[in-house]
Design a binder for this molecule. Structure first.
Ligand code: PLP
Length: 457
């Protein structure tokens, strides 16, 4: 029997309020309103315990690229658990699913990336990057190269290093972050910070901040730059076309390692396997999670270029780093089944050539709405910027975020899961979205905008 059928919603809500400390949750509001209990997922659809059907416009939390309820993944997990549910990969041991997954990931990654270090999450993967790049430079005889440059409003996770690499001010304000050796430069957010400039000129200007920061710090002290190809949690910030080539040029010029956080952009979200492929970035390291298993089980990793791996493998002493669940066989089996689906159903190509362009076209039609200042989307990741007057997009709602939250709540009421970031609405639906479901998504988004507009009148 399903767990969710065993307990009445009211009981679950009461126990939730008593015992469950949630991630990123306003617990006072939660206690007043009661948690929404999600009981079932199938394809792009979710159901809550009160029978409401929701279109999951956020793929869970940017994860379920192959959609909910795929029996192939459940079967693979069941079979692997029957054989070897868990064993570790420490001290020269290994297991078949982890090896096969590493091989598979190397085959889909850019040609110069052939190794992977497994973690259980994106946060752990980014923590690993911080330790790995410092270790790399120490092995190369440049131990002063300690500093990692990241960006304001980036999201790289919630561990000490993840939250420090991230550029979220409210997170830094709690617990004395960032930890030492991490600095932040501006983000390539044209709608928020580039008004009055051509997109391309703004992209170059934002990237120039990296060079300025490297010179200020001294290149001999800088280990790496890290960035999401498209900032997800920061508000689906799609950089101008000039941005990444310039970042790449600067990293090469000063011999700074380039780490791409592919936790959201990876596994087809942009219509390429990785956001780095989409933007033509050649990263030295790529962090992955989420879409690698479509969220069915927790798994992440750092994909490591030959340049970095050769040093880690061949120079000096071993890297004293690892997680109990690095290379977890059952999670790896889930990832393999997930990659099978992505490849068999051609989901990456589908996002590039079919559902991506289709949804992008439909999404753009929302630009005529009286509170929409911009629509943007790459592949199946997009945003709407809400403003009081689209003719004057530098004018914003005050206080920031209030209108976004109202709109997000209306979205839920109409049956669409979107996320609000400041006063923008975000979507990243499963890559299996059909044309009819895309139409429905846009219809519900328009209804959400109408309800929000009415409330503001
Ligand atoms: N990096 C990016 C770009 C993310 O969006 C996230 C999570 O949303 C993370 C890292 C952290 O991943 P996790 O929540 O699996 O630790």
């Amino acid at each position: 029997m399903l767990q969710s059928n065993l307990y009445p919603t009211a009981d679950l809500r009461a126990a939730d309020a008593r015992h469950y400390l949630h991630p990123f949750t306003d617990h006072k509001a939660l206690a007043e309103e009661g948690a929404r209990v999600i009981v079932k997922g199938d394809g792009v659809w979710l159901w809550d315990s009160e029978g409401n059907k929701l279109l999951d416009g956020m793929s869970g939390l940017w994860c379920t690229n192959v959609g909910h309820g795929r029996p192939e993944i459940a079967d693979a997990v069941h079979a692997q658990m029957g054989e070897l549910a868990f064993y570790n990969s420490f001290f020269k041991t290994t297991n078949a699913p982890a090896v096969r997954l590493a091989e598979r990931l190397a085959a889909i990654a850019p040609a110069h990336i052939n190794k992977v270090f497994f973690t259980s999450s994106g946060s752990e993967a980014n923590d690993t990057v911080l330790r790995m790049v410092r270790h790399y430079w120490a092995l190369k005889g440049q131990p002063n190269r300690q500093i990692v440059i990241a960006r304001h409003n980036a999201y790289h996770g919630s561990t000490m290093a993840g939250a420090s690499l991230g550029g979220m001010k409210p997170m830094h304000a709690q617990g004395g972050l960032p930890i030492p050796g991490i600095v932040h430069i501006r983000q390539p957010y044209w709608f928020g910070e580039g008004h009055g400039m051509a997109h391309d000129a703004f992209g170059l200007q934002a990237a120039a901040d990296l060079e300025r920061m490297i010179r200020t710090l001294g290149p001999e002290n800088v280990a790496a730059f890290i960035g999401e190809p498209i900032q997800g949690a920061g508000g689906v910030i799609i950089p101008p076309a000039t941005y990444w080539p310039e970042i790449q040029r600067i990293c090469r010029k000063y011999d700074i390692l380039l780490a791409a956080d592919e936790v959201i952009c990876g596994f087809g979200r942009t219509g390429r396997w990785f956001g780095s492929d989409y933007f033509g970035i050649e990263p030295d390291l790529m962090t992955i999670a989420k879409g690698v298993t479509s969220g069915y089980l927790p798994l992440g990793g750092v994909m490591v270029s030959d340049k970095v791996a050769d040093v880690l493998v061949n120079l000096g002493e071993e890297f004293y780093h690892g997680y109990t669940y690095s290379g977890h066989p059952t999670c790896a089996a889930a990832a393999l089944a997930n990659l099978d689906i992505i490849q068999r159903e051609g989901l990456v190509e589908r996002v590039a050539n079919d559902i991506g362009p289709y949804l992008q076209g439909r999404w753009k039609t929302l630009a005529d709405h009286p509170i929409v200042g911009e629509t943007r989307m790459v592949g199946l990741i997009g945003a709407l910027e809400l403003v009081p007057d689209p003719k004057n997009i530098s004018n914003r709602f005050t206080p920031t975020g209030a209108v976004g939250s109202i709109a997000r709540d209306y979205a839920f009421q109409t049956g669409l899961v979107m996320r609000a970031v400041r006063d923008s609405l975000i979507i990243a639906p499963p890559l299996t979205l059909t044309h009819a479901e895309a139409d429905e998504l846009v219809r519900l988004a328009r209804q959400t905008l109408d309800l929000t507009y009415e409330e503001l009148k």
